[in-house]
Ligand binder design. Structure first.
Ligand code: PLP
Length: 387
C-alpha cells in the first residue's frame, strides 16, 4: 500500500511529517509478533516461526516496512525478509554460529580485521529491521551493546595499524546513530592519516529511507572519499522513498553501491535479479556484490546451490549492461574470506592461443601475443605520491 493511505488507515494520529521522520518510524516499530496481526493475519507457519525464533533473534518492522508488506501473499519478499519461518529455529548440521570464522579476526570487541588493508567497525548491534537472513545475527541478536568505550578501543587499534587503508562502518545499522554521534566517529577516523577510504554499510535506504535526510547526506559528503554500500535484495524494495534516499546521497556527492544476497525463493531467478540490478543502476547505485548466502545458523533454508548462482550470473552476463553486473562472491566458511566466482570463461589455456567461451556458450580463440615479458620499465623510477 502507498505510504499515505497506509498511514491514514493504521496510524491515523500521525502526520505526514511524523511518518517521514526516522525517529518516529523507530518509535512506532513493531517488535512483537502479536502486534503484527493488527496489520495483516500471519500464516500458521509465520506464527510458529515467530514463536520459535523469538529466543534466537529479534523482530522489528518499522511502519514504513509494514506498509510494503503484501497482506495477501506470504511469499512477499518484504514479508519473507522481515518475518521468521519455523526453519529459522532449525539447526542444520554444518550451520555455524560464526559462519565466516570472524571471531579470530576480532582484536577488540567492536572491530573485525579480516583483510590486512580493511577493518570493519561494529557501530551498534541494533537495526530498524532484523533481516531473517542476517549472517551476523550472533552480533545483532541483542545483548551486545556497542558504544563509546568499544569504539575508542577500535580507533586505538586502527591508529596502531598503519596497514589499514579502509574502514567499513557497519553493525548493526550505523544509520541508527544520531548525526552528531556518527560524525564524531567519522571525524576521528579522518584524523588517522593512513585511513584513506571510509565505507558506510547501511541498509537505511531500504528499511528506513527517511533516515537519509539532506543534512545527513551532506555530512557524509564532508568525509569523502566515503562510499555507502547498501543492501537491496528485491526490486519491490525500490520504492519512491528508497529512490529519494539514494538520490539524496548521490546528489550530495556520495557514491552508493549495492550488495545483494542471493536468497532461495526470494530473488533466486534471473528475471528478478535483472530487474533488481537495473533498478539499482537507474538510481545510480552500482551493483557491487551478489553474495552467496553464508552457512549461518537458522538461515539454511535461504541457501542456493553454488552452481545456481554461477548459472544466474552467466545468464545475466549474456543480457544486461556490464554496469549492472555485480561480482558473485562466496565467503568461505571458517574464515577463508571472500571468493569471487565467475562463469567459466577459459576452455583451454595455450601458449599461442587460448580457447574461450562467451556467455552464450560459443567458443572463440584468442591469439596470445608473441612477446610475453610484461614488466613495466617505468616502475623502476616511479614512486607513488605520498599523501
Ligand atoms: C566483506 C568484508 C570486508 C570487505 O570486503 P570487500 O571485498 O572489500 O568488499 C571487510 N571486512 C570483513 C570482515 C568483511 O566480511
Amino acid at each position: 500500500m502507498p505510504s499515505p493511505s497506509f498511514r491514514r488507515r493504521y496510524f491515523p494520529q500521525a502526520s505526514a511529517k511524523q511518518w517521514g521522520d526516522w525517529r518516529w518510524q523507530m518509535q512506532n516499530a513493531v517488535q512483537h509478533w502479536e502486534a503484527l496481526e493488527r496489520f495483516f493475519p500471519l500464516t500458521p507457519e509465520e506464527r510458529a516461526g515467530c514463536l520459535a525464533a523469538q529466543k534466537h533473534f529479534r523482530l522489528r518492522l518499522t511502519p514504513y516496512v509494514l506498509s510494503l508488506v503484501d497482506p495477501h501473499h506470504p511469499s512477499c519478499p518484504i514479508r519473507r525478509q522481515a518475518i521468521p519461518l519455523p526453519q529459522e529455529a532449525h539447526c542444520i548440521p554444518g550451520d555455524l554460529e560464526d559462519p565466516l570464522g570472524e571471531e579470530k579476526y576480532r582484536p577488540v570487541r567492536a572491530l573485525l580485521h579480516r583483510y590486512a588493508d580493511r577493518a570493519l567497525l561494529l557501530c551498534t548491534d541494533a537495526c530498524p529491521m532484523y533481516c531473517r537472513h542476517c549472517t551476523r545475527r550472533r552480533l545483532t541478536r541483542g545483548g551486545n551493546p556497542l558504544g563509546e568505550g568499544e569504539w575508542a578501543r577500535a580507533l586505538d587499534y586502527i591508529r596502531a595499524n598503519p596497514g589499514i587503508r579502509e574502514v567499513i562502518l557497519s553493525g548493526g545499522e550505523p544509520g541508527l546513530l544520531a548525526d552528531e554521534v556518527l560524525e564524531g566517529l567519522l571525524k576521528r577516523l579522518r584524523d588517522i592519516k593512513h585511513v584513506e577510504i571510509i565505507r558506510l554499510g547501511s541498509r537505511s535506504p531500504v528499511t528506513l529511507p527517511m533516515r537519509i535526510t539532506p543534512p545527513f547526506a551532506r555530512m557524509l559528503r564532508r568525509y569523502a572519499p566515503l562510499f555507502v554500500v547498501t543492501h537491496f535484495n528485491h526490486p519491490k524494495e525500490v520504492t519512491p522513498e528508497a529512490q529519494r534516499a539514494c538520490a539524496r546521497l548521490v546528489d550530495a556527492g556520495v557514491p552508493v553501491e549495492n550488495q545483494a544476497v542471493l536468497l532461495r525463493g526470494l530473488n533466486s531467478s534471473a528475471r528478478i535479479l535483472e530487474a533488481l540490478f537495473l533498478a539499482c543502476l537507474r538510481m545510480r547505485v552500482r551493483p557491487y556484490y551478489l553474495h552467496q548466502m553464508d552457512v549461518a545458523q537458522g538461515a539454511g533454508h535461504w541457501r542456493t546451490p553454488l552452481r545456481w548462482g554461477v548459472g544466474l550470473m552467466q545468464e545475466l552476463g549474456a543480457r544486461v549492461s556490464g554496469l549492472a553486473l555485480p561480482a558473485f562472491a562466496v565467503d568461505l566458511p571458517g574464515g577463508g574470506g571472500k571468493l569471487r566466482l565467475a562463469p567459466e570463461g577459459v576452455v583451454a589455456w595455450g601458449e599461442k592461443e587460448t580457447l574461450l567461451k562467451n556467455p552464450e556458450g560459443r567458443h572463440y580463440s584468442y591469439p596470445e601475443p608473441l612477446e610475453d615479458d610484461c614488466h613495466c620499465p617505468y616502475d623502476a623510477i616511479w614512486t607513488a605520491p605520498s599523501h
